[in-house]
Write a protein that binds this ligand. Structure first.
Ligand code: BV8
Length: 236
């Protein structure tokens, strides 16, 4: 294995599937239960805020019923023990990476446990409902929305992500279908700057042909094994 000093990891809904959180595109998945344009767009929120706030209240409450799995914990171990630079970017809005022990998690699509006030535009940690229009903890206006990135909105911290992709030695994509941009384009960005690229996913993703290597199976098995390899190689 070539010298690896800078690792960028991208995760998607597949890493939380074994914890019992629905993925989006699987049979019976979130996007089969709810129309994307109704619950995950600014237009949908303007049209029916009760529906959207209720949708995210349901997902926030469900977090109390799930636990991180071995894949989350393995990435926390890699962060703690890898001597080089490490950036974990997730498309997930759940808090299982943090509860699995990860300290630095870049939520490019936002977080369920954060509220964004559309009056003062300040974000506040949030672990309650929003459909009842609670007051903003800062300006008291009853104008909180989920602090998540909806379709058509700009994902968070894109400069930092592109910067890390531009200098990565290794880019690893875990549990994502590669269907949503700009995240789905990261593998090409990383390759263009000379990084090795690896896909760990239950099945080939839409972008599987862009990766140097792809391993298919459950993240709960693939990720701990891969992390031991990286940490093992670092020791030899
Ligand atoms: C934007 C938050 C401007 C809310 C989400 C270029 C081409 C075409 C379209 C576009 C384009 N650029 C932009 C677009 C439009 C759009 C887009 O991509 N549309 C798609 C549908 C075609 N993108 C946007 O609107 C983005 N904004 O572009 O702004 C801009 C322009 C330039 C530069 C910057 C910005 C904003 C998109 C974000 C929307 N918000 N989430 C919420 O969560 O409710 S997206 C949401 O869906 C997730 O965050 C995630 O990103 C996506 C779901 O994907 P996955 O996580 O991969 O989940 P999925 O179910 O699809 O797949 C799961 C995978 O896991 C499967 O492969 C399965 O095999 C695997 N798996 C299952 N079990 C396991 C497993 N793997 C391992 N182990 C298991 N046990």
């Amino acid at each position: 294995m070539a010298e690896i000093n800078r690792i960028v990891i991208l995760t998607g809904a597949g890493i939380s599937a074994e914890s019992g959180i629905d993925t989006f595109r699987s049979a019976g998945g979130l996007w089969e239960q709810h129309k994307v344009e109704d619950v995950a767009t600014p237009e949908g929120f303007a049209r029916d805020p009760d529906l959207v706030l209720g949708f995210y209240d349901m997902r926030r409450e469900a977090l109390a019923k799930v636990e991180p799995n071995p894949a989350h914990r393995a990435l926390a171990k890699l962060e703690a023990e890898f001597a080089g630079e490490f950036l974990l970017v997730t498309q997930n809005v759940d808090d299982l990476h943090e509860r699995g022990g990860s300290r630095q998690v870049l939520h490019m699509h936002g977080e369920l446990k954060s509220a964004l006030c559309t009056s003062c535009e300040i974000r506040s940690p949030w672990d309650d409902t929003m459909a009842n229009r609670p007051p903003c903890p800062v300006c008291q206006a009853p104008t909180l929305r989920p602090d998540v990135v909806w379709f058509g909105e700009m994902p968070y911290q894109m400069e930092r992500i592109y910067g890390a992709l531009g200098s990565a030695d290794l880019f690893v994509s875990i549990g994502t279908s590669g269907a949503v941009y700009p995240a789905a384009g990261f593998v090409q960005e990383a390759r263009q700057s000379g990084a090795q690229t690896l896909e760990l996913n239950l099945e080939p993703s839409e972008g599987t042909h862009f990766f140097h290597e792809a391993r298919h199976g459950p993240a709960g098995e693939l990720v701990p094994r891969w992390v031991d390899e990286v940490l093992g190689a670092a020791l030899s």
